[in-house]
Design a binder for this molecule. Structure first.
Ligand SMILES: [Zn+2]
Length: 101
C-alpha cells in the first residue's frame, strides 16, 4: 500500500485545498487564517497554520463548496471573501459583479 518512494524532489510540493493536486509553492498561493478570515500570505511572514491554493476561480470555488478552507485551518468557519477579492484584483478570477459591455 504505502510504498515509500524517495524520488528526488527539487522543490517541496504543497497540496491545493481546491483541487487537492500537488504543486510547487511557486504555483500556489500561501493562505493564512487571521481572525476567522482567510488571507493571502504574500510574504510568507504570517504566523500560524498555512494552506495552499492555486490562484484560480475553479480551485477557489471548489474550496468554498467543500468548506476546504475551514478544514485546512482546522476551524469551524473560515471567511474566504477577502481571498476572492484578492483573486479578482490580481486578474485570476472574473468579478461576479455585472459588467456593462
Ligand atoms: Zn488547485
Amino acid at each position: 500500500m504505502c510504498s515509500s518512494q524517495n524520488a528526488p524532489v527539487r522543490e517541496p510540493l504543497r497540496t491545493c485545498v481546491g483541487c487537492r493536486e500537488k504543486s510547487t509553492q511557486r504555483a500556489l498561493c500561501r493562505l493564512k487564517l487571521a481572525a476567522g478570515t482567510v488571507v493571502v500570505d504574500d510574504k510568507g511572514s504570517l504566523p500560524g497554520r498555512g494552506a495552499w491554493i492555486h490562484p484560480t476561480s475553479s480551485c477557489y470555488d471548489n474550496a468554498q463548496k467543500r468548506h476546504a478552507f475551514a478544514r485546512a485551518f482546522k476551524t469551524q468557519k473560515a471567511n474566504a471573501e477577502a481571498l476572492g477579492h484578492w483573486l479578482i484584483e490580481r486578474g485570476h478570477m472574473a468579478s461576479t459583479s455585472h459588467e456593462g459591455g
